[in-house]
Write a protein that binds this ligand. Structure first.
Ligand code: IFM
Length: 420
């Protein structure tokens, strides 16, 4: 048995848009209705019905002995129009937070998990220069309202990956394919995080605030190729460290070396949030200028999760946890999981990734918690309902949940605070 430190946080992670259902005031709602945006023409619809009955899944979490839960709030629901708050929506969120506390779980609230209120999107979304101010006002107001129930916050989920999908690869709303727009959006996002960080701390000085960064080690497909090595380094910097470095230093350094000063961001990271799923093995491909000349080359013979989501590569988690030590902050694995409808690979996936977490802790990395993605199948953005990440299978028609074998395994690990 490998024990985790006393007080280690065991949770599952979720997001409002993917779980609540009927988020009609958010930009993704209109986006989903456009033909061709979502695989198989799927819609989020009622999602996992959390807006009416999140407590059903909170009970499942208790059954798994979780002591923590990561969830997000939908900005568009709370503030459907500029400056106008919806009192009933706020009351529902407070009810959900109380429900978690009553069940012995510490909430970790994400303020932005990809979606924007439609009114923000209409003004330019992540390119709107008023976004940092509006987001900070939202963050401050929510902290005043919910601060008695929560002091642990993620401002932005996976800012770099999300903005790349939205402004470079055109797969997420608003579907742009423009590197300059991406660069501007990343700067805006760092400013938005910094403004929200300060707004939360102004209300709640003891708050713990950070981002949940999608960390995906990039390795050269051909280690002897200088071009592949160069490309992997650039990609590793852009995907993984550029943004977090900016929150540490106040300087945003692009992969090609251009530097933008964002002094208000310096020192705005109380912990490092790590979302880890897989790695990238890359080769330089001259035919792919639109993707930064990157072509992913899966390692031969390695297990893949459903739908080409990626290679199963637990060592990558150890790599990024070791690297995160550079920020000298507590570290949380804020997401980790895989799409695996048959639960063929998930049990070993959980154990192997948690082994790497235990190893990192043994090496002195201050990892304080782990949130598995996810308690139940949910709406996987452009992939719709085709990818099944749940410890429980969801029947969307009846909303019935069926535990997959890995649910009991994860529950046992949480209960023992140890790996079998
Ligand atoms: O479902 C997503 C989540 O919204 C962000 N992190 C990755 C998950 C799985 O793809």
């Amino acid at each position: 048995m490998r024990r985790f430190p006393e007080g280690f946080r065991w949770g599952t992670a979720s997001s409002a848009y993917q779980f609540e259902g009927d988020n009609t005031a958010s930009d993704w709602w209109a986006w989903e209705q456009q033909p061709g945006r979502i695989r198989n023409g799927d819609r989020s619809g009622l999602a996992c019905d959390w807006w009416r009955a999140a407590e059903r899944d909170f009970d499942l979490m208790v059954g798994l002995h979780q002591n923590a839960c990561r969830l997000s709030v939908e900005w568009g629901r709370l503030e459907p129009h500029d400056g106008a708050w919806d009192a009933a929506a706020l009351a529902r969120y407070l009810q959900m937070l109380r429900a978690l506390r009553e069940r012995g779980m510490e909430p970790l609230i994400t303020l932005n998990h990809f979606t924007l209120p439609q009114w923000v999107a209409d003004r330019g979304g992540w390119l709107w220069d008023g976004l940092p101010r509006a987001f900070a006002a939202f963050a401050g107001r929510l902290t005043r309202a919910a601060g008695a129930l929560c002091d642990f916050w993620v401002t932005l989920n996976e800012p770099v990956g999300h903005l790349a999908l939205a402004y470079l690869f055109g797969r997420f709303a608003p579907g742009r394919r423009n590197p300059i727009a991406l660069a501007r959006a990343v700067v805006r996002s760092v400013r938005a995080h910094a403004a929200a960080y300060r707004a939360i701390h102004a209300v709640q000085p003891h708050a713990r605030v950070g981002v949940a960064a999608y960390l995906r080690p990039a390795e050269p497909a051909v280690p002897s190729s200088r071009l592949d090595v160069w490309l992997a380094r650039r990609l590793d910097h852009a995907t993984n460290w550029m943004y977090l470095d900016a929150l540490a230093t106040g300087r945003l350094r692009s992969p090609l070396g251009i530097q933008v000063a964002v002094p208000e961001a310096a020192g705005t990271m109380d912990y490092v949030g790590v979302n880890y799923y897989t790695r990238s093995r890359v080769t330089f491909d001259v035919r792919r200028p639109g993707s930064g000349f990157v072509r992913e080359v899966p390692a031969p013979g390695v297990a893949q999760s459903d739908g080409g989501y990626g290679e199963i590569y637990p060592d990558g988690l150890l790599t990024v946890l070791r690297a995160a030590r550079r920020y000298e902050r507590p570290v949380y694995v804020t997401e980790n999981g895989l799409p695996d409808a048959a639960d063929r690979l998930r049990p070993a996936f959980i154990v192997e990734h948690l082994r790497r977490v235990a190893q990192a802790i043994a090496e002195g990395v201050p990892v304080r918690g782990y949130y598995h993605w996810a308690i139940v199948d949910n709406f996987e953005w452009a992939d719709g309902w085709s990818l099944r990440f749940g410890l429980h299978a969801l029947d969307r028609r009846t909303q019935a949940r069926t535990p997959r074998p890995s649910a009991a395994l994860y529950g046992e690990i949480c209960r023992r605070n140890a790996l079998p």
